[in-house]
Design a protein around this ligand. Structure first.
Ligand SMILES: [Ca+2]
Ligand SMILES: [Ca+2]
Length: 274
């Protein structure tokens, strides 16, 4: 009997885990832990990618010697470890989140990353998406086809960039200090293209709106750095926004639950009949 109830518990746990997987919202989750002393991010798969079908990083624009990498040791000295080091200007680091095979890209998405602009130069960068990644060339405009939040370290501002063009007015986020990682987060709805719930360092940022975050505009999740700029990126996540609590389960979930319960009942009956 003990073995049977244990087996039943395992089956039940499997059912619960399967249901959790249905509502699990992770698309890309990485804190950039390196497998080697200096792991190149070009073509690198993500160990913690949970859903993205093409789960390798692509490097675009930038200088050939400026490929982003993950330092596991202090390399060069002074660089913190286990983060994406966008080592030199005009670099794009992107990853496809478009629908592919059995995976369907969700319409409502939350993006979040920690970012620091090391050094004293005039740093700019962006956190967001590309419709297509830019060409990999030194003379490439790294913001071409970028739709996201443009960050200006010098002015302490965020501004919406839509398909490579700054739009609307910049919103002040206060002084952006050296040696500090700031979390940038926001929600998008790819059906309406709307941007909402922008936060910087955990505080809401008002005055930023857009209808540019369409499904086409958000094919690649990415970070990008401006001219003469460097950036450290950590805890990069792209996730499906879960339905509010209290919502009735979707018919598909209910059907799966029914199916699972039926299967569990059948399993227990088969065990008893032995
Ligand atoms: Ca990390
Ligand atoms: Ca700086």
């Amino acid at each position: 009997m003990r073995g049977q109830s244990q087996t039943s518990r395992i089956v039940l746990c499997s059912v619960i885990m399967a249901l959790a997987a249905v509502s699990q919202g992770g698309i890309i989750e990485t804190d950039f832990v390196s497998a080697s002393a200096r792991q190149s991010l070009d073509g690198t798969a993500l160990g913690l990618t949970t859903n993205a079908p093409n789960s390798t990083w692509s490097v675009a624009a930038g200088w050939n010697w400026g490929n982003p990498f993950i330092p596991a040791t202090w390399d060069p000295p002074g660089i913190p470890t286990n983060l994406a080091n966008l080592v030199e200007e005009k670099t794009v680091l992107g990853i496809s989140i478009a629908s592919s095979g059995g995976y369907t890209k969700p319409a409502q998405i939350h993006m979040s990353t920690d970012i620091e602009f090391p050094g004293s130069r005039n740093h700019t960068g962006g956190v967001g998406f590309f419709s297509v990644l830019p060409a990999r060339a030194d003379n490439q405009n790294q913001f071409e086809h970028f739709t996201g939040l443009h960050i200006n370290e010098t002015n302490g501002t965020l501004q919406v960039m839509a398909d490579g063009a700054l739009t609307g007015s910049p919103a002040s986020v206060g002084t952006i200090s050296e040696g500090v990682f700031y979390n940038v987060g926001f929600d998008i709805d790819t059906l309406t293209g709307a941007l909402s719930n922008v936060t910087f360092d955990g505080s809401p940022v008002g005055g930023l709106s857009s209808n540019a975050f369409t499904d086409v505009a958000t094919a690649f999740a990415a970070v990008v750095v401006g001219g003469a700029s460097r950036a450290y990126i950590d805890n990069f996540t792209v996730s499906e926004i879960a339905a509010p609590e209290g919502d009735v389960p979707e018919p598909a979930s209910l059907a799966l639950l029914g199916l699972a319960a039926t299967g569990l009942g059948g399993y227990v009956r088969r065990r008893r009949n032995r």
